[in-house]
Write a protein that binds this ligand. Sequence first.
Ligand code: PEP
Length: 250
Amino acid sequence: MRRPLLAGNWKMHTNVLEAYLLVAEIGKCSVGLNDRDVLLAPPYTALHSVANVLHDSDILVASQNVCWEEKGAFTGEISPTMVKAAGGTAAIIGHSERRQIFHEDDEMINKRLLGALKFGLMPLFCIGETLEEREAEKTFAVLEGQIRRGLAGVSPEDMKKTVVAYEPVWAIGTGKTASKEQAQEVHAFIRNLLAEMYEKAIADSVRILYGGSVKPDNVDELMAQADIDGALVGGAALDPESFCRIINFT
Ligand code: PEP
């Protein structure tokens, strides 16, 4: 079966010292969680120190984005090999804040995803519809487009290493969570689409995370859904007590 994955995206929060204090707290409450994966995505400046603190732990470290090139004239970017050298093994790609604020399109996200895979990082590939798109009943069409374009050229072998994160834009940082039924419906749609694009066995092995105002009081019911394999958490990942409760979902 699919191993649950609980991921915390710290976004542009925490300086090096704050990151150190936060990871120390999370490290304590993750001891003994052998049946699930926990992942932290600190800002780039704290990636190395967070990975160092976690050296003897099973907690994974991810970057919040990644370039497709290994090195070169790409001011402001971080390369997959830099992430790995800093202790990271994964990268968030296509987060809605990258799409909306920084205008990253599906083609660029696809390049980032292929770059991450080429250099051995596990991509957390984010997709999600806006409120306007949901209200216009375009949710499935929007997601299908994001998935087909974002995964263009991803081989079946690489698909097995990829994590998908469904994050409805209207639920990110808003306190509005998709209901468990809404989330499950979309997760099942994503899995069926992956089965069509690859094969059922691959679709059944891919972890699909839900993201959008996941909190201690809704994590259990979300995680109980058949096609929800984990959570990508923003705001609540910055509060050790909340994140500890989330990773200890029952
Ligand atoms: C996110 O940024 O991926 C996210 C889901 O944020 P929040 O949990 O704050 O809604």
